[in-house]
Design a protein around this ligand. Sequence first.
Ligand code: ADP
Length: 186
Amino acid sequence: MIIQLCGLSGAGKTTIAKNVQRKAAAYGTPIEIIDGDSYREFLCRDLGFSKEDRCENIRRLGFVASRLSSYGIVSIISAINPYEAIRQELSASYTHVKTVFIDCAVDELIARDTKGLYKRALLPDGHPDKLSNLTGINDPFEVPSQPDLHLHTDEQSITACTNLFLQFIIQSLALQQAKYASVASN
Ligand code: ADP
């Protein structure tokens, strides 16, 4: 199974994915987190933050996820993933792809600002430290039309979000296995 996360910087994608990975290990469920920031340092080093490059980034992460997923590893793509067309392309390209929206109000993200990115994006135009392509501030984020799971990290605790995500994965895997079992018995 491939799970493509989407959500603004600081929404909680990494935090929740890591918690779920740790908890799922206790069930013997292997999870790999395909972290957008890490892959940008290696496999996607040539890509920037234009729409085309952000989409190509997701395409490459999706390919890696599909290879791991074919060995039964639950592959979580953790990236901002802001465009609906590429999310839908990924869903159509591979089997068992789920979209999970890690949602958080921008005001709360500005208050959290764990990486200092919002402060930089909100600097006046012309300031040398200004970030001009921060998703949700001065770069687009298209809200997913029909996510398979929608978590609100500004309304629910980290523990609650983690548990909801873990339940979702366990239920999705059970459904997937039931489908295989019914195909095998026909
Ligand atoms: P992202 O990977 O989406 O950029 P991070 O997981 O790196 O986001 O950062 C999210 C920050 O928000 C962390 O500091 C985390 O402790 C905090 N946080 C507060 N509430 C939540 C929540 N319900 N779920 C996830 N993170 C939360």
